[in-house]
Design a protein around this ligand. Structure first.
Ligand SMILES: Cc1cc2nc3c(=O)[nH]c(=O)nc-3n(C[C@H](O)[C@H](O)[C@H](O)COP(=O)(O)O)c2cc1C
Length: 313
């Protein structure tokens, strides 16, 4: 049996890994509480984005990504975890409980994915004009399935055109909304800030007329890859628990991509506008949680996180 102080160290390392998870606008909308060997994952309402995410959907995806990273860190540190995603996250902001269980021998895959945690970054730069081979696409879809979600690869032109149209349409709706633009500006991080999106991570904006629109952080324009690989993450339901499940799947897909040398940037605009979210769901089938742009890109740079002490109590 590990001593209490060993358990404390394991939990601290797992929380540090969890905070490396991606979150919408790097808002880090999570809090963690400890009860003995149980770690509770809470939604931090104060960090839910009022304009872009009024119902906390993307905040729960972000917390789900942190939850997956927490599980993975415990696994490579030699602990199985009993995870309970709470079904009633709408009324109660306690999203999940993770209980340290018996000793566990980490698998090769867990080690590979855990090693990708510090190397995973959102890459908003143009990708190379190099197709992602089938042998790397299949594991991405499997990663989502292993967590109870579905990753629909948009690899047929007859699907690509309407999906890209919906992304551009949602982006136009949002760009015309002063409240959206003001909220986005408020998450541009200056030096010294441990949340938000720093200038070093803004990448580039596609030149007008490009096939897909990236969120307009005001970055300088550049030509993007000619044929981006898009993928849509869905689940059957859309309860708060489904959103936490989708967040875990999202992070597993992102880490699988990173481990394969692929770069990714989420394109959430069509998910944030209710009409385009419905249209996208009708196109691919299921409840849509995010759209990912996947390809080969130069190595990104890390963005900052709040310290474990600030998010765990
Ligand atoms: C649910 C969710 C939605 C996101 N949507 C977008 C998006 O639409 N555009 C974008 O550029 N980044 C998006 N991101 C990426 C975040 O901005 C990014 O994770 C955060 O700034 C931290 O940076 P990192 O991923 O490099 O660690 C999203 C992330 C999450 C978890």
């Amino acid at each position: 049996m590990p001593t209490d102080s060993e358990v404390d160290q394991v939990i601290h390392r797992a929380l540090a890994a969890a905070t490396r998870a991606p979150s919408v606008h790097n808002s880090q909308p999570w809090r963690f509480a400890r009860r003995g060997r149980v770690i509770e994952v809470w939604l931090d309402r104060d960090r839910v984005l009022a304009v872009v995410d009024p119902h906390g959907h993307e905040a729960r995806l972000s917390c789900g990504a942190a939850l997956y990273t927490l599980r993975l860190a415990l696994a490579v540190d030699g602990f199985a975890a009993r995870v309970r995603v709470r079904p009633d996250g709408e009324r109660d902001d306690l999203l999940a409980e993770v209980e340290l269980d018996v000793r566990h021998r980490p698998t090769e895959q867990e080690r590979t994915l855990a090693a990708a945690v510090p190397r995973r970054h959102t890459n908003r730069r143009p990708f190379l004009d190099r197709a992602v081979p089938e042998r790397l696409r299949v594991p991405l879809a499997r990663a989502a399935a292993a967590e109870g979600a579905r990753l629909v690869l948009v690899d047929r032109p007859e699907l690509f055109t309407p999906v890209a149209d919906l992304i551009r349409r949602a982006d136009r709706v949002q760009s015309g909304d002063p409240a959206y633009r003001a909220e986005l500006r408020s998450w541009l991080a200056g030096p010294g800030r441990a949340d938000g999106v720093p200038a070093s991570a803004l990448g580039r904006s596609p030149t007008p007329g490009g096939l897909v629109a990236l969120r307009d952080f005001g970055a300088p324009e550049a030509d993007f890859e000619r044929v981006p690989l898009l993928a849509v993450l869905t689940t059957l339901g859309d309860t708060p628990a489904d959103q936490v499940v989708a967040g875990q799947a999202m992070q597993r897909v992102l880490l699988t991509a990173t481990a394969s040398g692929l770069a990714v940037s989420p394109l959430s605009q069509p998910v944030e506008v209710p009409t385009t979210r419905r249209a996208l769901g009708a196109l691919v089938g299921g409840m849509v949680h995010t759209v990912l742009r996947i390809g080969y890109g130069h190595v990104g740079s890390p963005t900052r996180r709040r310290a474990v002490e600030e998010v765990a109590g």
